[in-house]
Write a protein that binds this ligand. Structure first.
Ligand code: ATP
Ligand code: MG
Length: 411
């Protein structure tokens, strides 16, 4: 009897978007020298990643995260199951320019300088010299290594090496980024920058798979998580769905006077007689606290020879200056009220109508100019041109003869 084709579970939020990764029954067994199974690293796993999703791949050490990632990249062959990336085999060469990869361990050509290393990877993608230089400089600035541009990468600290690895993963402005523990070895400022970068890439519609043991980082940037244990999927779902505790409510208000608090307690007791109410002050995350301290030290211009905090996100990754501006605007813009939104739309419509009228006028003018213009001269053939030149030089010679003649007609 024919078996029904197994499909990976769909994620409702992004179900209409194109599929980037599809894994069905994916399995990887590592074997020893005698071909005996040594470790079942990935065991009959089904999942799907859709365009524009940021997916966190979580799990304890040895749960199969890196093995899964390496199969997506075509670096390891699956032992079983079906795996496609952009609808093709992971080994398809065409996929390579669409994917950026930050490996778990940073492998660097230690005698190359930071710039030379990035330039080398850029050249593999066939970028022009100017484009390579532009991207390398922007990336070095973005990952906070502009000052170490000409230092051999072999000298870099662990965090600096991680930063250059991250820059290398983005040199081709990939549509799909696979980051295996991107924040490992980074200081809290570096972690913050990586998270901001992932958020920006998401805004640009890129697809990202990120593995990390730092759960708060994953929680902040991922739409969805897949939790592996012993090579099997234990949980797969949207962050909201998996983490929201629906049996409790949290209300945040400005500091209340004792009397108001007492009355609220009474209301809660009346509404939920068995329920307990806890009141406490919210506190900032340790990361925010640390970032504040370091920023203060930076303001006081205290010297450091290590990596500095990164600069702006590379312009080519933001889709150009216009896009960078819009990202900034979207982060800082005022909340739009319905009245403001209608006024803005009316303004935009009027502007569009004005532009349309100007365009039409320009087209009419162009058409009338074309109608009155003389017919373009047909290009002369090479033979005709030569004949004309010969005639001209003959005429010139005759003219010179005439001019050189004496009035009595002798030379
Ligand atoms: N090249 C290999 N040869 C043999 N076994 C391997 C190989 N690579 C991975 N394994 C085994 O596969 C299992 C999964 O390893 P993997 O590196 O995928 O885990 P991981 O989830 O990335 O762990 P970590 O959090 O430590 O990075 C482990 O038992 C590991 O020993
Ligand atoms: Mg790993």
């Amino acid at each position: 009897m024919e078996q029904p084709v197994r499909e990976p579970e769909k994620t409702p939020a992004s179900a209409e978007r194109p599929v980037v990764v599809s894994a069905v029954g994916l399995t990887k067994v590592f074997r020893d020298f005698w071909n005996r199974p040594k470790a079942k690293a990935v065991n009959d796993v089904d999942f799907e990643v859709r365009e524009g999703e940021v997916v966190g791949l979580l799990g304890p050490n040895g749960s199969g995260k890196s093995t899964t990632v390496k199969m997506l990249l075509g670096l390891l062959y699956p032992t079983g199951g079906r795996l496609t990336v952009f609808g093709k085999s992971p080994r398809d060469v065409g996929n390579k320019k669409l994917i950026g990869y930050l490996p778990e361990e940073t492998y660097l050509y230690k005698y190359l300088t930071a710039f030379e290393m990035l330039d080398f990877f850029a050249s593999l993608f066939g970028l022009s010299k100017e484009e390579r230089t532009r991207r390398c400089d922007q990336l070095l600035d973005m990952v906070g290594l502009a000052h170490a541009r000409n230092r051999p990468v072999g000298e870099f600290s662990k965090g600096m090496a991680r930063r250059i690895g991250l820059a290398q993963a983005m040199i081709n402005d990939p549509a799909f980024l696979i980051l295996d523990e991107p924040t490992s070895g980074l200081d809290p400022l570096g972690c913050r920058e990586v998270k901001d970068l992932i958020k920006l890439l998401k805004k640009r519609g890129k697809t990202v798979i990120v593995t990390s043991h730092l759960l708060s980082d994953v929680e902040e940037v991922c739409d969805r998580i897949i939790v592996l244990y012993g090579g099997r999927i234990r949980a797969n779902g949207g962050m909201e769905d998996l983490l929201t505790i629906r049996t409790n409510d949290t209300i945040t208000v400005p500091k209340l006077p004792d009397d108001a608090l007492r009355r609220i307690r009474e209301i809660v007791r009346e509404s939920v007689p068995d329920g307990e109410m806890t009141v406490r002050h919210p506190h900032m995350s340790l990361e925010d606290f640390f970032v504040d301290i370091v920023n203060e030290a930076k303001k006081e211009s205290i010297e450091t020879s290590g990596s500095r905090s990164g600069g702006a996100i590379a312009e080519y990754l933001t889709g150009g200056p216009a896009d960078a501006k819009s990202v900034l605007e979207s982060l800082t813009h005022e909340e739009e009220t319905p009245a403001k939104s209608i006024a803005r739309r009316m303004e935009e419509d009027a502007e569009a109508a004005e532009q349309e009228a100007a365009k039409r006028k320009q087209e009419e003018l162009f058409a009338s100019l074309q109608a009155s213009a003389p017919a373009p001269e047909v290009e002369k053939s090479e033979a005709e041109r030569r004949e004309m030149e010969a005639k001209m030089s003959e005429a010139n010679r005759k003219l010179m003869d005439l001019l050189n003649r004496t009035p009595d007609g002798k030379d």
